[in-house]
Design a binder for this molecule. Structure first.
Ligand code: 4NP
Length: 176
């Protein structure tokens, strides 16, 4: 991995066991399918430490597996060093967004932070002047609900991750 040319993308939720592992695994799969794995450094984390060291939630893993995606993450908490390690810090909901921004100490930290679903607004290849909004709707937290909620997370993440990758390919002029 060459840090000069590698694009760091970090997905953030609360516990790092339900939503952000799905985003990490789904985005990484799309990147591999596009032949761009060596251009990205992809990870996920949580704003809270409750589940540090744990694999993704069993229902998240099952739903992802049915979509052809293996989730291999182990939960970790967001760290200040993530502001320099990752170019794009994409939060699953508004609470995570506010939590991450609360740790930012410089404009260059803040400008890396977006809500993941800001990229869902794209239809087709992004126009050259497309500027993603920072704030968007939440990826709903499935933790306290049934399997339906986890399936909804996978659907939201699958369509948004594809649009995010289209944006990054255009913005960074990536070719396989
Ligand atoms: P996640 O879901 O933020 O998508 O990983 C949650 C995981 C754990 C808890 C809440 C949400 N919790 O309260 O322990």
């Amino acid at each position: 991995m060459n840090p000069e040319t590698t694009i760091g993308v970090l997905f953030v939720c609360l516990g790092n066991i339900c939503r952000s592992p799905v985003a990490e695994g789904t985005f990484a799969q799309l990147v591999r399918e596009r032949g761009l794995a060596d251009r990205f450094h992809i990870d996920s984390c949580g704003t809270a430490a409750y589940h540090v060291g744990q694999p993704a939630n069993a229902t998240s893993r099952q739903v992802a597996r049915e979509a052809g995606i293996e989730l291999t993450s182990r939960a970790r908490q967001f760290a200040l060093s993530d502001f320099t390690g990752f170019h794009y810090i994409l939060t699953m909901d508004r609470s995570n967004y506010d939590g991450v921004l609360g740790h930012a100490s410089a404009a260059q930290d803040r400008e890396r932070v977006f809500m993941f679903r800001a990229f869902e607004a794209l239809t087709g290849p992004p126009p050259p002047d497309f500027v993603p909004r920072r704030v968007a709707v939440d990826v709903p937290d499935p933790y306290y609900g049934g399997r339906d909620g986890f399936e909804e997370v996978q659907r939201i993440v699958s369509r948004t991750a594809a649009k995010l990758l289209d944006y990054l390919v255009a913005r960074h002029r990536l070719v396989p």
